[in-house]
Design a protein around this ligand. Structure first.
Ligand SMILES: [Zn+2]
Length: 454
């Protein structure tokens, strides 16, 4: 009798414990209680004061004003900071760094001089630097040698090292040549285009290329829509979208001509990368169809860009915002030079500093801080197609969050100084200092289920 009572009561107790956590706190060492001075919801562009976020293991358990903190929970006091979801760079390149020396910014040469292993290690370092600046998700869309991007995702996921959640595309798929113009001997005798690009010149080849990328760990597919005059037709793009969907992947199109943009829009592509070739009419259609823009909006700085290009970028971004295109924050970062130093301190800027500096373009376009914040968080999660798993600070989702001084809803520059970072429920940065010890392991402590599938 006694035994039966116990058996029947346990599930009920468990239910009660989770439903009434505030009244009957469970004893658990794995619970963290974050006291947030202010908690921002970028979806609505609002903030509420004095919230408590309970984190159990890797996930958010509950969020509210008067939550009882369970006995034994670790309390993290961020009551003088603003807590918000982690940031997203929706178009970047982690495993290529072209330089003025020795390759004169010509990534053709980077590709023949920097090996895949070297580039994978660069990617690992870039990931740590980006996480330090609050980027908890990045879309890594090609030019990553032989799958350094999917390897980075796996390494972070398995617990070898800290880094953002990587949404890798694998190798960029394009028609003959990709973005290169190789010599016949390099193309025919040395297959020089691969692995920076997969040549896919027919429907069969497009299907094969997408399947190969997904087999090797891609979570999104990147197409060169119009890198060459032959480009991809609406029919080609539609085929790519349906093939990618079989592996749970959405398609991003690199676009550099108005005609290419129109074909990508007509095919119903998920994301258009690069805003330069887009017209107001394209923006109108993208807004209507809900196509994300990863504009890659480079600011004009002493280390990059020109005033004329910047003016055009700002005007295009402004028009896309006015037309209500779903905007993401995106950089296309893949370069380095010796001028990338902080003007005040003379210190090297980190990859995170260089990435968040793209806020300059958004500010120049006079986009309201709440809308910039939505682009760099919520729209990024949607474009990365992970919003049901991580991003918003809501119960059941992965605990990825950051904290800054000040109020990013009125002053977006607050994002330039991230004081606290939590990734998957573990503290990566506290009081402005990296504390990454818990992220390093000599073996795979987490074997993700369905490594190559959703
Ligand atoms: Zn790019």
């Amino acid at each position: 009798m006694k035994k039966r009572t116990v058996i029947f009561c346990l599930p009920l107790l468990a239910l009660l414990a989770s439903a009434t956590a505030a009244q009957a706190p469970a004893q658990s060492a794995a619970i963290m209680a974050i006291k947030a001075g202010r908690l921002v919801d970028p979806e609505t562009g609002t903030a509420i004061a004095n919230q408590v976020i309970l984190v159990e293991g890797e996930k958010i358990m509950s969020v509210g004003a008067n939550l009882a903190i369970p006995a034994g929970a670790t309390v993290i006091d961020l009551s003088n900071l603003t807590v918000l979801p982690g940031l997203v760079d929706a178009h970047t390149h982690m495993a290529i760094t072209y330089k003025e020396q020795p390759e004169n910014n010509y990534y053709y040469l980077t590709y023949v001089m920097d090996s895949t292993p070297l580039r994978a290690i660069q990617a690992a370092s870039n990931g740590i630097q980006l996480l330090n600046s609050g980027f908890t998700v990045i879309r890594d869309v090609g030019n990553n040698a032989l799958y350094a991007d999917t390897a980075l995702r796996q390494a972070i996921e398995q617990g070898w090292l800290p880094g953002p959640t990587v949404i890798p595309s694998g190798i960029i798929i394009g028609g003959a040549g990709g973005q290169f113009w190789p010599t016949p001997e390099m193309y025919k005798q040395h297959n020089i285009v691969y692995p920076e690009y997969i040549d896919a010149n027919s429907h069969d080849e497009i299907v094969r290329a997408i399947r190969e990328n997904m087999l090797f760990g891609a979570r999104t597919i990147k197409l060169c829509i119009d890198c060459k005059p032959w480009g991809y037709s609406v029919e080609d793009i539609k085929l790519a979208i349906s093939e990618a969907a079989k592996g749970g992947c959405k398609v991003e199109g690199h676009v550099q001509t108005p005609e290419g943009a129109q074909r990508a829009i007509d095919a119903g592509i998920y994301i258009i990368a690069h805003g330069n070739a887009l017209t107001p009419e394209h923006h109108r259609q993208m807004a209507e169809k809900g196509i994300f823009l990863a504009g890659t909006d480079t600011p004009f700085t002493k280390y990059r860009g020109s005033e004329a290009a910047f003016k055009q970028t700002v005007a295009k971004l402004r028009d896309a915002w006015e037309k209500k295109v779903p905007l993401t924050f995106s950089t296309d970062f893949d370069y380095w030079n010796e001028r990338m130093k902080d003007e005040k301190t003379g210190e090297w800027m980190s990859r995170g500093d260089l990435t968040i500096a793209f806020l300059d373009t958004w500010k120049a376009a006079n986009i309201p801080p709440a809308d910039i914040l939505r682009a760099i968080t919520i729209n990024g999660y949607k474009a990365a197609d992970i919003i049901k798993e991580r991003g918003p600070i809501k119960p059941g989702l992965f605990a990825d969050l950051i904290a800054v001084a000040g109020d990013p809803l009125t002053d977006i520059d607050a994002l330039r100084n991230v004081r606290f970072v939590m990734k998957n429920g573990a503290v990566f940065k506290k009081d402005g200092v990296m504390t990454p010890e818990k992220f390093f392991h000599p073996g795979p402590v987490r074997i993700p289920s369905g490594r190559y599938t959703r």
